[in-house]
Write a protein that binds this ligand. Structure first.
Ligand SMILES: Cc1cc2nc3c(=O)[nH]c(=O)nc-3n(C[C@H](O)[C@H](O)[C@H](O)COP(=O)(O)O)c2cc1C
Length: 218
């Protein structure tokens, strides 16, 4: 069984990537082969509304017709049993590249019909969001609605989507180097040491679950 992680953060070893790697470690511990792909390494655009994926009898029916550096990743996800997408929250939503990737991934499978809305094979999907705001502030700002609405699109296309949020993340190694008086640095460091490992454990466990359920189903 194959499990892919897609990192929508420009940073390859920070909060989002760390949580994704934990998810893959969990999946690997249950027997999956795993791979992480960093979106910021790829040169690609979002959906261009060409509708090649919906053209009757077209050679790209059900597949994104745009060919660029995202194409191999879309093909890998097609062949995977489960996948994770991780993104930092930028201005209340996923990063721009994550959004562009999601458009391309989802739209190719979406069928404009009342029945059978999706051409995709059912897969386990994990959505991992990391953010500066605390749990309570994120709720106050309606982030849950954004996450639920993103998950809803994945449920329509792939049949399932589980969300893991990691809040109040450490943003810089050394806060004294930046103008950032808004933050309680001691509390940020405490959370990094005491709470963030719990978030990593949650993504690890979800990786184990995905690999175990997929393994037993196939
Ligand atoms: C351009 C930009 C916009 C951001 N906007 C938000 C935001 O709206 N809400 C929030 O909670 N955090 C925001 N953050 C903080 C990041 O979401 C947070 O530090 C995240 O954990 C970074 O992930 P990374 O360590 O994987 O890069 C923003 C950071 C950047 C660089």
């Amino acid at each position: 069984m194959k499990v892919i992680a897609v990192n929508g953060s420009p940073r390859k070893s920070w909060n989002t990537a760390t949580l994704l790697n934990s998810a893959l470690e969990g999946a690997a511990s249950a027997g999956a082969s795993t791979e992480i792909v960093h979106l910021y390494d790829l040169d690609f655009k979002g959906c261009t509304s060409c509708f090649g994926c919906k053209l009757r009898g077209g050679t790209s029916y059900g597949k994104c017709a745009l060919r660029d550096e995202l194409t191999p990743l879309l093909e890998k996800i097609e062949g995977a049993d489960a996948f994770f997408i991780g993104s930092p929250i930028y201005f209340g939503n996923v990063t721009g590249v994550t959004r562009s990737f999601m458009e391309r991934l989802l739209f190719q499978y979406l069928v404009y019909s009342r029945e059978d809305r999706s051409l995709a094979q059912k897969k386990q999907v994990g959505l991992i969001f990391t953010m500066n705001l605390s749990d309570s502030m994120a709720k106050e700002r309606g982030y849950d609605l954004v996450f639920d609405s993103t998950a809803r699109s994945f449920k329509i296309i792939f049949g399932s989507a589980e969300i893991i949020s990691s809040t109040d993340t450490l943003q810089f190694e050394d806060y004294s180097r930046y103008v950032a008086s808004l933050f309680d640095v001691a509390e940020k460091k405490r959370r990094r040491e005491e709470e963030f490992p719990k978030d990593c454990k949650r993504t690890f466990d979800l990786g184990v679950k995905f690999a175990s359920e997929t393994g037993s189903a196939s």
